[in-house]
Design a protein. Structure first.
Lengths: 170, 570
């Protein structure tokens, strides 16, 4: 099962490397990873996706907690969190296909951010499933290039009241 | 003052007595500061690996943080083995390495290597100091991280220009590590649960690991065992955490543990892991390990809980407090006499399946050497043992009885051949009053023998007893048993080098023992000569270490010494 984990880390050199090295060393594969600043200048948030069992996830969380730069680890559970991702998709678009593609994009609230003689570039922001759906729809037209940010996530504002499932029995 | 001076003032402020190291280009300013004066004694090793293992031996014998110094590049990479060893065996270690000047980092400069990068998977944390003003905070944090929570190694890499730069020195009182929060107490409800389960158990076993020693929790462990009348089995790393001549002591588990210990561990109804981690050398086939037992797991490191074996009752916290609380709660619930039949049963197994070997032929048996060492030192509380890794190490575990904590220092998790001699030098630096004996193999000895020079010249005399079978003995045993006797690249010979002659060349005393008649005299003389001594005991290379749980087999299927006509020992 794929889990999304949000990790708050001190913004120190090597912090990301320590985390990714721990995953590699313990034999877990990171499916997606996004790092960025938070509301605090000295803290970064890493959102990563990992495909593993619940037991492994608990191990990962505990191993991450032991890293000195790691401040907080929490699982973002789908029903209580928001996840977003951004994709740039360069699609083959000869003049006669443009209208159809742009109409498609409107349904998904994707924007055309660049236009060339035989291709255009869409920017789409949304939950990862939406990005995937859009990607599948434009695929028959020919995807020339694609870049995705990896997903970021936050707990919902409305979800803060229920206590999180406890993993660490201490 | 300079950054280099600041490093020494930090070590002094931390109360460091001894550091082990070798100078080189990138750490020159720090060595210059040493020359200018410090209260910290510097022991000059002959190889950085030796310096690292010395710091480990010091840490393990003293319970303090070991400190090792090395230069950049090869100096730092030579420390990697001790760092990995300290990581696996949770030994508190602060390694300080020189680094090339800041502006040269990343340019493949002479003796540059990314040692913080190389060591990331094997340190608790590391720092590359980028500003001289950080030095006091970094070193304060380094010592704090190394010795709190689960002990382990940290690394501080200091570029040469940072060592030379000036700062206003102030040693901080507090560490500022918002992400470092080791547990300070066990959960009291969990401890009560554990006490209740223990009181109900009819066949409990305390499975005691090295975490108990690191936590200084040996008195509390003894209290718990005695209150509950609980049998104690200590792992290789836990050896000495419980007096081995105590009536509740029942040996060591795992691959070369006696049958009675493995049977007790595997037939118990409640297994209490105390600072132990269900290592594969202990469990054998994991799915078959202690199959009928409920598990209580006490550990400072929450990541060890249910890592390999599900814990029914986990307690995360400092073992000194957890064990004391558990013993207290146990008093309320215990049922007098409940465990007596079980204790009796294990003792019966011990009588039924004692450790055995056969004295046949002309050749001295390795077990005889260990028995002689045990009888020569029995009852002494001032003996510290170190070992290398292999057959001799397993025989040392089986035949040497340690009643005191921190008197058996060995490489468990990483299995580092060559650990014994430098660890002994470090232990001697920690405990100058103690007789430090390294039981080594001939293969191991040749990996770090150069540290005899350190032992002799630094006035840190140790006794090295080489169980010399002329082979890489454990490899020989496996090739013999599992590779149809195809011996491959294991023959070292009994004669080359001449170990006694080598000892003399290093300024130590050298003895060669070829028969049982010569054994006790030579050992006694080596132990009493007051200087560094090497006793080359040439033993039967055909001897295998038994009992043995073949790799991948269940611990219950432990294989015993294969012949009936044996001399029973102990």
């Amino acid at each position: 099962m794929i889990h999304t984990v949000s990790v708050l880390v001190e913004n120190k050199p090597g912090a990301l490397m320590r985390i990714s090295s721990m995953f590699a060393r313990r034999g877990y594969n990171i499916e997606s990873l996004a790092v960025g600043p938070t509301e605090r200048h000295d803290v970064s948030r890493i959102v990563l996706r990992v495909d593993c069992s619940q037991h492994s996830l608990e191990q990962i969380e505990k191993q991450m907690h032991k890293l000195v730069n790691v401040l907080r680890v929490s699982e973002l559970e789908p029903d209580s969190s928001l996840e977003r991702e951004l994709a740039l998709i360069k699609v083959t678009a000869p003049p006669d296909k443009r209208t159809e593609l742009i109409a498609l994009a409107e349904v998904f609230k994707a924007r055309v951010v660049d236009l060339g003689p035989d291709a255009l570039v869409f920017e789409i922001v949304g939950p990862p499933e939406e990005l995937e759906a859009f990607e599948e729809l434009v695929r028959p037209h020919g995807i020339k290039e694609l870049a995705r940010t990896g997903r970021i996530g936050l707990q919902r504002a409305s979800a803060g009241l229920t206590p999180r499932r406890q993993h660490v029995l201490s | 003052m300079t950054g280099a001076d600041a490093i020494l003032r930090c070590l002094e402020a931390e109360g460091v007595e001894v550091m082990f190291g070798i100078p080189g280009g990138a750490i020159l300013p720090t060595y210059d500061a040493i020359a200018k004066g410090t209260t910290v004694r510097h022991v000059l090793a002959r190889h950085e690996q030796g310096a690292g293992h010395m710091a480990q031996g010091y840490a393990r014998a003293s319970g303090r943080v070991g400190v090792a110094l090395a230069t950049s590049g090869p100096g730092a990479t030579n420390l990697v083995t001790p760092i990995a060893d300290a990581w696996m065996d949770s030994t508190p270690l602060v390694c300080i390495t020189g680094q090339v000047r800041s502006h040269l980092i990343g340019t493949d400069a002479f003796q540059e290597c990314d040692i913080t990068g190389i060591t990331i998977p094997i340190v608790k944390h590391s720092w590359l100091v980028q500003d001289v003003k950080e030095i006091p905070h970094v070193l304060k944090a380094a010592f704090h991280v190394a010795r709190t929570g689960r002990c382990g190694p940290v690394l501080v890499d200091v570029p040469r220009d940072i060592q030379e730069a000036e700062l206003e020195f102030h040693y901080p009182d507090k560490v500022d590590l918002p992400g470092w929060k080791p547990p300070t107490r066990g959960h009291s409800r969990q401890i009560k649960e554990a006490a209740k389960a223990l009181a109900k158990a009819e066949k409990p076993v305390l499975y005691v690991g090295g975490g108990t020693l690191n936590a200084d929790a040996c008195p509390e462990l003894r209290e718990l065992a005695e209150v509950g009348r609980l049998p104690v089995i200590t792992t290789l790393m836990g050896k000495g955490a419980f007096p081995e001549t105590h009536e509740l002591f029942f040996g060591w588990p795992g691959m070369h543990g006696p049958k009675w210990s493995n049977w007790a561990m595997n037939k118990c109804d409640l297994l209490v892991a105390v600072g132990a981690r269900f290592d594969d050398r202990v469990t054998g086939k994991l799915s078959a390990f202690a199959a009928g037992a409920q598990v209580i797991h006490l550990d400072i490191d929450s990541a060890e809980i249910s890592k390999l074996r599900h814990a029914d009752i986990p307690v995360v916290g400092p073992l000194k407090l957890v064990l004391a609380d558990l013993a207290r709660d146990m008093r309320e619930h215990r049922v007098e006499g409940r465990t007596e039949p079980w204790l009796h049963q294990i003792a019966e197994w011990r009588d039924q399946f004692p450790l055995k070997y056969r004295k046949d032929g002309e050749l001295l048996k390795p077990q005889t050497v260990l028995e002689a060492l045990q009888s020569l030192t029995a009852g002494r509380d001032d003996v510290i043992w170190t070992t290398g890794v292999g057959q001799h190490q397993m025989w040392a575990m089986q035949y040497l009885l340690c009643d005191e904590p921190r008197t058996f220092i060995t490489s468990g998790g990483l299995g580092t051949m060559g650990y014994g001699v430098p660890a002994a030098v470090g232990a001697k630096a920690a405990r100058p009053d103690a007789t430090v004996i390294c039981v080594d193999g001939d293969g191991c000895f040749q990996m770090t023998q150069q540290e005899l020079a350190t032992s002799v010249l630094e006035g840190l005399p140790i006794v090295v007893v080489i169980v010399n079978n002329g082979y890489l003995g454990m490899v020989r045993q496996w090739q013999d048993m599992f590779f149809e006797e195809r011996f491959s690249q294991i023959h070292l010979t009994h004669q080359v080098p001449d170990y006694a002659g080598l000892a003399v060349a290093y300024g130590a005393a050298g003895f060669t023992v070829e028969t049982e008649d010569e054994l006790e005299g030579a050992l006694a003389e080596a132990l009493s000569c007051g200087r560094t001594a090497v006793v080359d005991c040439r033993v039967d290379p055909r001897e295998h270490c038994f009992p043995m749980i073949p790799a991948g087999a269940a611990a219950l299927d432990v294989v015993e010494f294969p012949d009936e006509e044996t001399v029973e020992s102990r």
